[in-house]
Design a protein around this ligand. Structure first.
Ligand SMILES: [Zn+2]
Length: 278
């Protein structure tokens, strides 16, 4: 019992037996209980360009910090309204994940406006952050138009949160990224860090896995063996809201409709995130 309590206090999982008395405790029924401690440590801020980048490219890193008791903030910088996933959801195009055309009228929902798409994506994002161990008060939505984020806007966001949390560490996507909103955020953080290395002394950039081979200093983000399965599990759970399809409840699985077919399966498999420094 003492061992169990010590593990729980440390925010470490217990592999519990089956919850139902009639079921034998087999590998299938073993579940992971993950205790995320209250956020009391030094703040760390993750700036995600779009709804889903935090789960796809930073999920295990965010979870690891939450499990360690750090005060984790996630800032969603854009509104994600321009995603072409809207065409698939509205039945105009087929989709690699759905493998078919939607028929909104027959399926019982009205085609989404850009605003409605953005709101659906925000619901997915907030739900995902909840699974990554981020407390509701520490989830922030900035709402800049996606696809057109400027260096000035990105710099303004970074400076705003640095002023609010002066001792915080900062993570965003790498400047070496083909998606404009990603590289702009990466570039903004890089410029600030180069101009004042003392003030911006704890900064990291996350990398899409397919780019890791070409980015200088790219490292797989590793963690102690007892923590890794928990971080993998939280990232996996964070992916679920992005697959939730229930139009009547405002859930349109925008995440799974919007990214290439390899991204979410990598999260499911527990593949490591990648990052680099200055
Ligand atoms: Zn993105």
């Amino acid at each position: 019992m003492i061992r169990r309590r010590a593990l729980l206090t440390a925010g470490v999982a217990i592999a519990a037996g089956a919850a139902w008395p009639s079921e034998p405790a087999t590998a299938q029924t073993t579940r992971t209980v993950v205790a995320v401690p209250p956020p009391t440590g030094r703040p760390v801020i993750f700036y995600t360009p779009h709804q889903d980048d935090e789960t796809l490219f930073m999920g295990q890193i965010i979870a690891r910090h939450a499990l360690a008791g750090r005060e984790v903030h996630v800032v969603l910088v854009t509104d994600g309204r321009a995603s072409t996933a809207r065409n698939a959801i509205n039945g105009l195009t087929s989709n690699g994940w759905w493998q078919d055309h939607h028929q909104p009228e027959r399926e019982g929902y009205a085609p989404l406006t850009q605003q409605q798409l953005s709101e659906a994506r925000n619901r997915e994002f907030v739900s995902a952050c909840g699974q990554l161990g981020v407390w509701p008060a520490n989830i922030h939505l900035e709402g800049f138009r996606d696809g057109t984020l400027t260096l000035t806007q990105a710099t303004g966001v970074l400076e705003k949160y640095d002023a609010l949390f002066p001792t915080a560490g900062h993570y965003t996507m790498s400047w070496d990224d083909a998606t404009s909103d990603h590289s702009i955020l990466g570039q903004a953080l890089r410029t600030l860090a180069l101009a004042d290395r003392t003030k911006w002394n704890d900064v990291r950039w996350t990398i899409k896995p397919e780019n890791a081979h070409r980015v200088p200093g790219a490292k797989a983000y590793t963690m102690p063996r007892d923590v890794l399965p928990l971080a993998q599990e939280l990232a996996r759970r964070a992916a679920r809201p992005y697959a939730a399809w229930c139009p009547a409840a405002g859930a349109f699985a925008v995440g799974y409709h919007s990214v290439g077919p390899t991204y979410f399966p990598r999260v499911e498999k527990g593949e490591l995130n990648w990052s680099h420094g200055l």
